[in-house]
Write a protein that binds this ligand. Structure first.
Ligand SMILES: [Zn+2]
Length: 330
């Protein structure tokens, strides 16, 4: 058994490694990224999964900033309505409903190269099997993203030199250039240490305003729960055009026109999986709060074709209410 000190030491080493990786990753040129893509599929998968699992490890670290005043995860203060599954509608995961600091890391399992909550992984696996069974000419999809670290960890680089600049791609020449992050730099000179404040200032530096920046990057993410995932699948559109289903808003329309996405729109609810319409590659698994916290499945009769509504007996608000983005559910 490792002692507490040994674990802390390992965690520190991992964080340092993670920051180093982040830096390397952010400095890759377009050509280098393409080269990685071109590597044999096993090689590329290995690189992707080693990056992914390192992120997973840091994601487990308890967070002291977000939800720091919330001491305890209570799940017996809700009414749960299990309705039958519905095709093509959202049932959003809100990060304040599943704060990562309360996630039991023992419940995270590998799911096609990414870590997910075990009850979500179980449903994704069942869906993937059905996808191939019902479409024999197709193959399994994998995930390009699973659980993701909270904002404080993802943006910790803003405290280091790599936060002093940001990259911008010119629309006309497609060239990437670095720009000084003026507001971030000035705030750091004044001694600002809040990563959230620096994050907001970076939005102003890069996108002109916080409102505009929020359209492109997020501080709170449903991925923090281990219940949201992004697909990765090389395929063709219904018109036969080659396309990759993955997080890339420039090819959204083409991705929406693939067999996989069309099939998921009509079938994902069979495993309680629901879309985020703005990002066709992003899907979410709805669990009850109790199931997320304890890891015990709320489905006991084998019928996963459900749409969960869960309402707080204290506030009357449902768990999928937008109010619970960045705010603890009560
Ligand atoms: Zn996503």
């Amino acid at each position: 058994m490792a002692t507490k000190e040994e674990i802390e030491q390992k965690e520190q080493e991992l964080s340092a490694l993670y920051m180093q990786l982040e830096k390397i990753n952010s400095e890759l040129t377009k050509e280098e990224k393409e080269l990685i893509e071109k590597l044999s599929s096993t090689g590329a998968t290995a690189i992707r999964s080693s990056l992914g699992s390192l992120q997973d490890v840091t994601a487990w670290k308890a967070n002291q900033e977000a939800f720091k005043n919330v001491e305890e995860y209570v799940y017996n203060n809700t009414e749960v309505f299990v309705e039958s599954g519905k095709a093509g509608i959202e049932n959003r995961i809100r990060n304040g409903n599943y704060p990562q600091k309360f996630l039991n890391k023992g419940l995270l399992v590998d799911c096609y190269g990414r870590k997910m909550h075990q009850l979500a992984a179980k449903r994704i696996t069942m869906m993937n099997k059905a996808w191939v069974r019902e479409n024999p000419e197709e193959t399994n999809f994998t995930l390009s993203s699973g659980i993701r670290p909270i904002g404080e960890l993802r943006w910790r680089k803003l405290l280091t030199v790599s936060g002093d600049t940001f990259k911008m791609r010119s629309k006309s020449s497609n060239q990437v250039t670095r720009h000084p992050s003026t507001n971030v730099l000035e705030a750091k000179k004044r001694g600002e240490r809040s990563i959230k404040k620096l994050f907001d200032l970076r939005l102003i530096d890069k996108y002109g305003s916080i409102t505009e920046g929020r359209k492109w990057v997020s501080w709170n993410s449903p991925h923090e729960s281990g219940l949201a995932f992004d697909l990765y699948y090389k395929t063709t559109t219904l018109l036969g055009e080659k396309v990759k289903v993955h997080p890339d808003s420039t090819t959204s329309n083409k991705q929406a026109n693939t067999k996989l996405i069309n099939w998921m729109k009509s079938n994902a609810h069979r495993w309680g999986i629901y879309p985020y319409k703005k990002e066709v590659w992003h899907w979410e698994v709805q669990l009850t709060r109790k199931a997320w916290y304890t890891g015990e499945d709320f489905v006991t009769n084998g019928n996963y074709d459900v749409y969960i509504k869960e309402r707080s007996t204290e506030t009357g608000r449902f768990t999928n209410n937008i109010n619970w983005v960045g705010r603890a559910f009560k």
